[in-house]
Design a protein around this ligand. Structure first.
Ligand SMILES: [Zn+2]
Length: 325
């Protein structure tokens, strides 16, 4: 039996798992990113837990695949930088981990790995032109063009979250101005909701957080929406319109058959999806807008781990066509 180790290194939590040949998670570990303020501590912890996962089944894994939220050179296994996790500039993570773990290590952008997973065993199975977008702390994107993962000239393609929405506006973590992420990333949704709440006399949101703004999260806004709160609906529709505007440009540029939306905020459900679909219908060119279907990710929270394991099978960036699908 072959097995793989997948790692999903996120800005909020780090997931590690041992996966079987059929991409099922056999064993998993979850860590909080905030517990590792120093990069060196996090790397040591990754080494320790990866070794433990391998030993638990007494089989040597084929390799370790790691997804990270940022710009990566997958050929060298070099992390250029992570947009929402400071201190990770120019880290040769592949080299460091291969020395200590003695198995092949492959690294890629996390949304590229989600796209790979959806392409192999998820919503995009059998599809040729697919765009993946994840909504969470950051807004990431991954592209499948003509059945292959498309990484771009310097492996940075698909950064949908950093497409500018306006000529002027707030400065983004990436250095750009008025990027989509700067309006619909978790912390900005919370900021906006806080400002709007201060202007309102009553809202279900205020009851849910007991007037303590530090308790405000996108999950709370989602719960308020399900309870019928009009302010929550207004906020989510505004977010849906902004995502829809950027995706209209993506639809016009790439003419995809499917856009897969994943990540925490995608769990908001129908109000968000309906607004995104209506905006694309209104704003994109008629023929590509009619052809594209907008669907939620199938693989949910494990997509990054499954994609990381698939990356090992593909030997990193060496092969972009998953022949086994
Ligand atoms: Zn940006």
């Amino acid at each position: 039996m072959s097995c793989y180790i997948g790692v999903d290194l996120g800005a909020t939590c780090i997931k590690l798992a041992l996966l079987a040949e059929d991409w099922k998670v056999v064993k998993r570990i979850e860590l909080s990113t905030a517990d590792f303020p120093k990069k060196s501590l996090l790397i040591r912890s990754l080494e320790k837990h990866i070794l433990r996962l391998g030993e638990s089944l007494k089989v040597k894994p084929k390799g370790v695949g790691i997804g990270v939220p940022g710009l990566v050179d997958p050929e060298k296994g070099l992390i250029h930088y992570l947009v929402n996790i400071p201190g990770w500039e120019n880290v040769h993570l592949k080299k460091i981990l291969e020395k200590s773990l003695e198995v092949p290590v492959f690294i890629d952008n996390d949304v590229n790995l989600m796209a790979l997973a959806e392409l192999c065993i998820g919503q995009a199975k059998g599809k040729k032109n697919v765009v993946c977008i994840t909504l969470g702390t950051g807004v990431g994107g991954g592209l499948v063009l003509e059945g292959k993962l498309y990484r771009g000239t310097s492996f940075s393609a698909g950064e949908i979250g950093h497409i500018p929405l306006n000529e002027t506006g707030p400065v983004c973590n990436c250095g750009g101005i008025a990027c989509l992420e700067r309006y619909v990333g978790n912390r900005y949704i919370i900021e906006k909701a806080r400002d709007k709440l201060k202007q309102r006399s009553s809202s279900i949101i205020s009851d849910l957080i007991k007037d303590d703004f530090s308790r405000l999260t996108p999950e709370i806004l989602s719960r308020a929406l399900k309870k019928g709160d009009s302010l929550a609906k207004e906020i989510w529709q505004d977010i849906g319109r902004k995502i829809g505007i950027v995706l209209s440009g993506v639809v016009n540029l790439l003419n995809p058959e499917m856009i897969i939306i994943g990540g925490g905020i995608a769990q908001v459900g129908e109000v968000l999806f309906k607004t995104i679909k209506e905006t694309i219908k209104k704003r994109a060119m008629r023929i590509p807008a009619e052809k594209v279907s907008i669907v939620p990710a199938k693989l949910k929270k494990d997509a990054g781990l499954i994609g990381a394991a698939i990356l090992v099978k593909l030997e990193g960036a060496r092969r972009t066509i998953p022949e086994f699908i």
